[in-house]
Design a protein around this ligand. Structure first.
Ligand code: ATP
Length: 344
């Protein structure tokens, strides 16, 4: 289903929860709404579902305005984080629920449920009750139930939040594959950036009621358009006095310009070794944190600011050691504008 949202607003009393949000979603895309808690993600999802009325703005499905259409007529499937399964019904009956409401005949219901049970890997569990299932299995029942009436849009509100970390990773991959196989337009809400980056075709960053940026995960990571997005996605160190960039082309070292630097765009060489080009900074190694597969190295540049560098090797750098640092890429911004500094 193609979706278009124009100038959507939601006010709760005097609180402006969603502020003039506009976007389009192409048919078949899997979209992640990502942002901090309270930013308005769920409110937008609920307005798409028809569970909440916009204060102003329009929602179009396939070019048709749906603002006044009740939820059950919007062709939507909904999955919540807490499963919301019917406890007194078996897996079969949970999945069949929406079809029974639609008064489909028994044979058609059975066929559809069997198809979904296979699709969601629940074969053999049809006669179990929700309390006899694991968290991951329960959430799959919730997906199957939402998919049963063949919705054209699937809305998932923090669908993995209540699931163990390991199963969550498996379930994410499974969901992504399943949705791309079915070709059904889907939106999921999350505040977990790793989840959004791994699962979504496109991410919408939503914060304080506003849509900050929309794009593919890679595009958002590589080319953030606001300081908020740059700091929210991926790891970065903030330098708020960029005097240390002297020698870098295209970097005015004015007061008020700040820089966000990702660990992978920092090159480090030992002092004394002529490994780096002209625009290097002097730094000293402060701390090393072991992360399992890598070391996070905190460097103090020119005696003032800390930046983080990632190293796969052990015993290369030591606390107190003097090094040279070259920054290949940084996101720079001030009150008025932002730009990317590249130093190949
Ligand atoms: P989370 O990740 O915590 O679910 P969210 O980004 O989904 O957050 P929303 O649930 O959309 O955010 O809430 C946005 C803001 O609107 C919050 O500050 C919330 O307190 C407020 N809000 C949501 N629903 C209501 C309501 N029915 N009445 C008053 N305020 C509300």
């Amino acid at each position: 289903m193609h979706i278009e949202v124009k100038n959507l607003n939601k006010e709760f009393g005097s609180f402006h929860a969603v502020q003039d949000v506009s976007f389009e979603i192409e048919k078949g895309k899997l979209i992640g709404f990502l942002g901090p808690s309270g930013g308005g993600k769920t409110s937008i999802l609920r307005m798409l579902a028809g569970l909440e009325t916009p204060t102003s703005g329009d929602i179009f499905f396939h070019g048709k305005r749906v603002n006044d259409l009740p939820p059950q007529e919007r062709g939507i499937g909904f999955v919540f984080q807490n499963y919301a399964l019917f406890k007194h019904m078996t897996v079969f009956d949970n999945i069949a629920f929406g079809l029974k409401v639609k008064k489909q005949n028994k044979a058609a219901i059975k066929e559809r449920v069997q198809y979904l049970v296979e699709l969601t890997g629940l074969k053999g569990f049809e006669h179990r009750y929700p309390h006899q299932l694991s968290g991951g299995q329960r959430q799959r029942v919730a997906f199957a139930r939402a998919l049963a009436p063949e919705p054209q849009l699937l809305l998932l509100d923090e669908p993995f939040a209540a699931i163990d970390a390991k199963i969550r990773t498996e379930l994410r991959t499974w969901l992504k594959d399943m949705i791309s196989e079915l070709g059904i337009t889907s939106i999921f809400v999350t505040h977990d950036q790793e989840e959004a980056i791994e699962v979504a075709d496109e991410i919408m960053i939503i914060s304080k009621g506003k849509l900050e940026q929309k794009g593919t995960p890679w595009d958002i990571y590589k080319n953030p358009q606001t300081p908020f997005v740059a700091s929210f996605i991926g790891e970065s160190s903030l330098i708020d006095n960029i005097q240390c960039f002297k020698g870098y082309e295209d970097v005015p070292t004015n007061e008020g310009i700040k820089a966000l630097i990702r660990p992978e765009y920092i090159e480090v060489g030992k002092s004394g070794e002529i490994v780096l080009a002209s625009a290097t900074m002097d730094a000293s190694v402060k701390h090393l944190h072991f992360r399992g597969s890598e070391w996070m190295v905190e460097l103090e540049i020119e005696g003032q600011k800390l930046i983080t560098y990632r190293s796969l090797e052990k015993d290369v750098l030591h606390p107190g050691e003097q090094v040279k640092v070259l920054i290949h890429r940084a996101y720079l911004f001030n009150e008025e504008k932002s730009w990317i500094m590249e130093n190949p």
